[in-house]
Design a protein around this ligand. Structure first.
Ligand SMILES: Cc1ncc(COP(=O)(O)O)c(C=O)c1O
Length: 390
């Protein structure tokens, strides 16, 4: 029997000199080049060594020409979805994509017209708003309610939004970024039913779906039969394996008509593929070895998020959402004044760069998102600095 690898997430690995946005854009975004970064949602934790080895093996060959979409990539995706998400997928449903945001933007372009509206539940990952607006569509923003420290959907407000004639597409973040909500099957069924009733296409962005903390579970829209005719489900290995720079995403569309429209939109701008190293990565990590890495990673991240929430909850005035999924902690600092003042204090007094809540829409103002995918030796002292400043 092969010896089990035990991954080391505790030892910090410097990213300086790698052009990591989280580090190299600090001066530009925060006006302080040495502030410790807990913003961009990628990890300061290493991916698995077997991935680096397979990439190294490939770059040992000096030709990086056009690459076909080979079977191992699709077999890996199919295996992963069955093993990790109980979803049986037909490889014919899969379209490769450079990124989930590319998929979102293309879905907006091919399933809506200029002037139409796109529904979303906010606060939510900023590009849900920006992709809609840059494509000259309107945002039908349905703010989430907070109940017992968790986001919940206001179904009356959602139904009202979906019933508007101009709303043609809904973007659903499943699990939810920034609040780390793992939506239940019943909740998703209700969303799907409303979309079907009002003729709205549903895009379920499941990029965070591998990082879910028991007893919560991820429910893929792929497993909701009523969604078969109306849904696109987008996923990627970017979050789980820290490969966002390799741009390797994939989208499932069961309905042949929607699929052919989407592929046509991809073909029009030649955006239906993943680069060569991204394909190597997909085939490598969507495997039993990748599942073992993910299991250990999720255990580490769960402990990190629990420790961060427990500590921040001790400060009077700060409320945090204990995430059921994602390595992100959504924290309410509104008791400490306007967000600009808090932002400055975080940067200059606590020396931490967090994601400011207005990136996630107007409902996020005054909140900050902390990225917990760091070795504890980096993360916990940063949290102590926040505690001492506030
Ligand atoms: C919900 C969500 N979707 C998409 C992305 C970005 O995905 P990609 O890099 O594949 O465009 C992120 C990154 O933080 C995200 O949180």
């Amino acid at each position: 029997m092969e010896e089990k690898i035990v991954y080391d997430f505790d030892t910090p690995v410097s990213r300086l000199g790698t052009h990591a946005e989280k580090y190299d854009a600090r001066e530009r975004f925060f006006g302080k080049a040495d502030v410790e970064p807990f913003w961009v949602a990628d990890m300061d934790l290493p991916g698995p060594a077997f991935l680096t080895e397979q990439l190294r093996e490939r770059i040992g060959h000096p030709m990086f020409g056009y690459t076909e979409q080979y079977g191992k990539v699709f077999e890996g995706i199919q295996w992963w979805m069955k093993n990790e998400h109980r979803a049986e997928v037909d490889p014919a449903w899969i379209s490769l994509s450079p990124s989930v945001v590319t998929t979102i933007s293309l879905a907006i372009q091919c399933f809506t017209e200029e002037g139409d509206s796109v529904a979303l539940l906010s606060p939510v990952y900023g590009p849900f708003f920006s992709c809609t607006k840059i494509n000259k569509r309107r945002v039908a923003d349905v703010p989430l309610a907070v109940e017992n420290g968790k986001f919940e959907i206001d179904f009356q407000a959602l139904e009202k939004a979906l019933a508007q004639p101009g709303v043609k597409l809904m973007l659903m973040c499943n699990p939810q970024n920034p609040g780390g909500r793992a939506w239940s099957f019943q909740t998703l069924e209700k969303v799907v039913a409303l979309c079907v009733q009002h003729g709205v296409i549903l895009l379920s962005d499941e990029i965070h779906s591998d990082i879910v903390y028991a007893p919560a579970t991820h429910q893929s829209v792929l497993n909701i039969p009523a969604a078969d005719e109306i849904a696109l489900v987008a996923h990627s290995i970017g979050k789980t394996f820290n490969t966002s720079g390799l741009q390797s995403s994939f989208t499932f569309i069961k309905n042949p008509e929607l699929r052919s429209k989407f592929r046509h939109a991809q073909n029009r701008i030649h955006a239906g593929d993943v680069n060569l190293l991204g394909k190597v990565a997909l085939a490598a990590v969507l495997s039993p070895a990748g599942a073992e890495y993910k299991k250990q990673l999720v255990a580490y991240l769960h402990e990190n998020t629990k420790q961060v929430c427990a500590r921040l909850n001790q400060i009077d005035g700060i409320t945090v959402m204990q995430p059921e999924a994602t390595f992100l902690v959504w924290s309410d600092f509104r008791a400490f004044g306007d967000w600009q003042t808090v932002f400055k204090k975080l940067i200059h007094d606590a020396n931490v760069a967090l994601s400011g809540g207005s990136f996630f829409g107007p409902a996020g103002e005054g909140w900050f998102r902390i990225n917990c995918a760091h070795p504890r030796a980096q993360l916990l002292p940063a949290v102590e600095r926040i505690v001492s400043v506030f």
